[in-house]
Design a protein around this ligand. Structure first.
Ligand code: COA
Length: 394
């Protein structure tokens, strides 16, 4: 409640701020659908490119449409040369999300603008961005390790090309499938914070590049996509499954949160966690089972201790939880988990920006004012400098 008596919804919880045809989160049931298709059907049956088509064009593609989309994505993967050169000059210890945000913002510089400084923002611009974001992440993955960046291949899927560009060899079918499932599951999630941010930016009539740059900036924090990298740090800290319960108790005793647990919308286990757990488990059986085992023990321990300490809250594993063992098994360092999130969510961000622009009105909410009442301006010679005004009458 504010001083004016108006109820303020902190964090806009439960506030409906718009309408979308793109995806629906049913938090109580634990269901996520893209344009009416359940992710439980899409994750095992559709590839990321089919989901991109679904989000951008409103329907799943025919074989011919899928082929055309694949060709268009493949043709636009390469980054402008000056951006690759710029990445090569970045300090090797730069945070990968900072690099991604800067490179995506930089993409706009190489595209013509109209008289108002805006770029064309249409479905083809969206496809270009969907093609280029993974290239930026993969190139930085290599450059920071002192390796030559690898040129994208246009004959590979989004998932396979991304892994190929990071590793220099074509991925196994299991690795490609795991990456593809991840991209499908992360493609869209209604009005999450980064998507909302993209829509707010687009609502000012800014273009797709500006809106996606806003979205990447908003993805970074631990309350959103940054949790994926944070879970990676937790798995390292926990180190072995037997330490999971002690770790959870220590974190909660310090009044902190378990990363990868809890969600604003889902009051049951995030439906994406189940699919990610399955692919993380499958990968771990082929490689090192350690990461999956620690994650599994951590989820069990979190459920046990949270039920005990916060029995009235519904806090369960979210999408970021099993991202960590999945990506460790694929050989990625923890600080790249959040940029890889962007490789999937770029599909949803782009589709939301196009939806916003198609029926746009400036998004401009209000706030209640809780500062001091109107008072006299103090000339500089009468100011005390410590915040307390020295009034002439006093
Ligand atoms: N660990 C421990 N307690 C948690 C928790 C977690 N991961 N997530 C929520 N809670 C608790 C809060 O401490 C709070 O309890 P309190 O009322 O006793 O203080 C209560 O649940 C509500 O938290 P609140 O921050 O109001 O909920 P929210 O809807 O704003 O939070 C998240 C949603 C995602 C920000 C929150 O669950 C969180 O911080 N999770 C960890 C980070 C994460 O995984 N983020 C990725 C989300 S996809």
């Amino acid at each position: 409640m504010s001083t004016t008596g108006i109820v303020v919804d902190r964090g806009l919880e439960g506030v409906v701020v718009g309408s979308t045809l793109l995806s629906n989160v049913e938090g109580k049931e634990g269901r996520l659908t893209y344009r009416g298709y359940d992710i439980d059907d899409l994750a095992p049956n559709a590839c990321f490119e089919e989901v991109v088509h679904l989000l951008l064009y409103g329907r799943l593609p025919s074989a011919k449409q899928l082929d055309e989309l694949r060709k268009e994505l493949g043709a636009h993967r390469m980054l402008p040369e000056p951006l690759i050169n710029a990445m090569e000059r970045v300090p090797k210890d730069a945070w990968p999300m900072d690099v991604l945000r800067t490179i995506v913002s930089g993409l706009a510089i190489f595209v013509p603008v109209d008289a108002h400084g805006a770029h064309v923002s249409d479905v083809h611009t969206a496809i270009e961005l969907i093609a280029k974001v993974p290239t930026a992440v993969a190139m930085w993955d290599r450059i920071r390790r002192g390796l030559e960046p690898i040129e994208p291949r246009h004959d590979l899927s989004q998932a396979a090309n991304f892994l190929y560009m990071c590793r220099g060899t074509e991925p196994s079918d299991v690795a490609e499938d795991a990456m593809d499932t991840y991209l499908v599951l992360l493609a869209d999630h209604s009005f999450n914070a980064s998507t909302f941010s993209a829509r707010v930016t687009a609502s000012t009539k800014a273009d797709l590049y500006a809106a996606v740059t806003s979205a990447i900036a908003t993805l970074e924090g631990e309350a959103h996509g940054g949790a994926a990298s944070a879970v990676g740090r937790v798995l390292l800290e926990v180190g072995k499954p037997e330490r999971a319960e002690a770790y959870v108790r220590e974190v909660l005793a310090r009044g902190e949160r378990i990363m990868g647990m809890g969600h604003r919308e889902y009051k049951v286990r995030d439906p994406r966690a189940r699919h990610l757990e399955a692919v993380a488990k499958k990968l771990s059986e082929l490689h090192d089972p350690k990461w999956y085992k620690i994650a599994r023990a951590l989820e069990d321990a979190s459920n046990l201790v949270l039920r005990e300490k916060k029995p009235d809250k519904s806090i369960y594993a979210n999408v970021d939880f099993y991202t960590a063992p999945l990506f460790y098994s694929l050989g990625f360092p923890g600080d790249e988990f959040t940029p890889i999130f962007a490789c999937g969510r770029i599909a949803g961000w782009s589709a939301h920006v196009l939806e916003q622009l198609a029926d746009n009105r400036l998004i401009r909410p209000q706030a209640t004012y809780s500062g001091p009442p109107v008072h006299a301006f103090e000339p500089i010679e009468r100011r005390t400098g410590n915040g307390a005004a020295s009034h002439p009458s006093s």
